[in-house]
Design a protein around this ligand. Structure first.
Ligand SMILES: Cc1ncc(COP(=O)(O)O)c(C=O)c1O
Length: 410
């Protein structure tokens, strides 16, 4: 076994995740589908339970004890998230349903002021959630959508970045970490290039927020989007970070209750930030749960989580390199995501056989069909790690790959 310098006690962390005790097909669960969604610690599960049993009420409306407690907890969660990413204030933090909603909000609101022929730049490496909204807005409004190309290592090609972002570019929207491959993109540099050209910079941080420390002041993008369920939080809650002066000038995405200040028959005055973008009753328990998830991550330490991910990645890569007949996609320096194919076996079959051994991975196009077409494949198998995974689990995964090869005679 490789020598590791694990920074926290993985075994005690595992005890916080009840689901890790269960078996699948009679085998202990090995959960390597963290890029799709993470498991939840009991602290988060208990926070949801406690909310519904003790202070369930609507927020920002009811002047009674329960309403005040619910509002305070929900707004505290927002402040925790602002601190977690080093944002200026709670006003920069809009609660959304997930990353997809955040990106749609931006695609809808920011294109309102664009003119026919204006350019938007994304990349070949985007998740459909940071692809289809721009593609469809471009189609409806006559905008031009351009794509930064990938190089042979499945990194964003530097020349293509400089070639595509020009004075005609109005919006650049790029992921921080690719969910399909694990590539970590140079978002600070791209932000600088976007700003030099007068464009707005959006970062899809769905895979980065759970795995690395984030500092909005340092990255300096105009917007940053992430989703709660991949970072130990509940489903149904995500975050859109935005610079205040930009959010103030943008038109709302959804209209209705909560996002208003005053409504007359003729017109409406919108609420102040961040509520201007939060129409209707929000996902209250989920927002509070995400705050607890952020507490948990902060206590373990994001730097520690990033380093532990790397230990697991290095351990798995070392073992996988020893297996013949496997293609691993992507660069050496990457996040804790391994996208691969076993020669002669469809990724779905790989996933099914691994599942019979209790190992949960993802197989498919990972919501990145355009990327798959550039790579000339239809699918990959993807193992993705998180803070509760262990080297022993990686050994189980490696043995299961050997079983795949044996069963298919490859
Ligand atoms: C890079 C990336 N962007 C966007 C999303 C969409 O996240 P959600 O489904 O929570 O909206 C995902 C989820 O897989 C992702 O990995």
């Amino acid at each position: 076994m490789l020598k590791t310098k694990t920074i926290f006690d993985v075994e005690s962390i595992r005890k916080d995740f009840p689901i890790l005790q269960r078996k699948v097909h009679g085998k202990p669960l090995v959960y390597f589908d963290n890029a799709a969604t993470s498991q939840k610690p009991k602290q988060v599960i208990d926070a949801l339970d406690f909310y519904y049993k003790n202070y369930n009420a609507n927020v920002h409306r009811s002047i009674h004890q329960l309403g005040e407690e619910a509002t305070a907890a929900y707004e505290q969660a927002r402040q925790k998230i602002a601190d977690f990413i080093n944002a200026d204030s709670h006003q920069n933090i809009i609660f959304t349903k997930n990353s997809t909603e955040g990106l749609n909000l931006l695609a809808y609101s920011l294109t309102a002021d664009l003119e026919k022929g204006d350019e938007i730049v994304i990349s070949q490496l985007e998740h459909h959630s940071n692809f289809v909204p721009w593609q469809q807005m471009a189609k409806h409004l006559g905008l031009k959508l351009k794509f930064i190309e990938i190089d042979d290592e499945v990194k964003l090609d530097e020349e293509s970045i400089r070639k595509n972002i020009t004075k005609k570019t109005k919006i650049v929207s790029i992921n921080h970490i690719s969910n399909a491959i694990g590539t970590i993109n140079p978002v600070e540099e791209i932000t600088k290039i976007a700003h030099e050209n007068g464009a707005l910079m959006i970062i899809d941080g769905s895979q980065a927020a759970p795995h690395m420390p984030l500092d909005m002041k340092k990255i300096n993008s105009d917007f940053y989007v992430f989703t709660g369920h991949k970072m130990l939080g509940p489903t149904g809650v995500g975050v859109l970070y935005g610079k205040k002066e930009l959010l103030e000038n943008m038109r709302p995405f959804l209209y209705g209750g909560e996002m208003i200040n005053e409504v007359k028959f003729e017109d409406t005055k919108f609420n102040q930030l961040p509520w201007k973008f939060e129409a209707g009753t929000p996902n209250i328990s989920e927002g509070i749960g995400l705050g607890v998830a952020v507490d948990y991550l902060t206590k373990v330490g994001m730097e520690n989580i990033f380093n532990r991910d790397k230990e697991l990645l290095d351990y798995a890569m070392e073992k996988m390199k020893e297996i013949e007949g496997i293609t691993i996609y992507g660069p050496k320096e990457r996040a804790s995501i391994i996208s691969f194919n076993v020669h002669g076996v469809h990724a779905h079959d790989v996933s099914q056989i691994l599942d019979s051994e209790g190992v949960a991975i993802r197989a498919g196009h990972h919501c990145c069909m355009p990327l798959m077409s550039v790579l000339g494949i239809v699918a990959t198998a993807r193992a993705s790690f998180y803070l509760y995974n262990t080297e022993q689990e990686i050994d189980t995964f490696i043995n299961a790959i050997h079983k795949v090869k044996k069963m298919f005679g490859v």
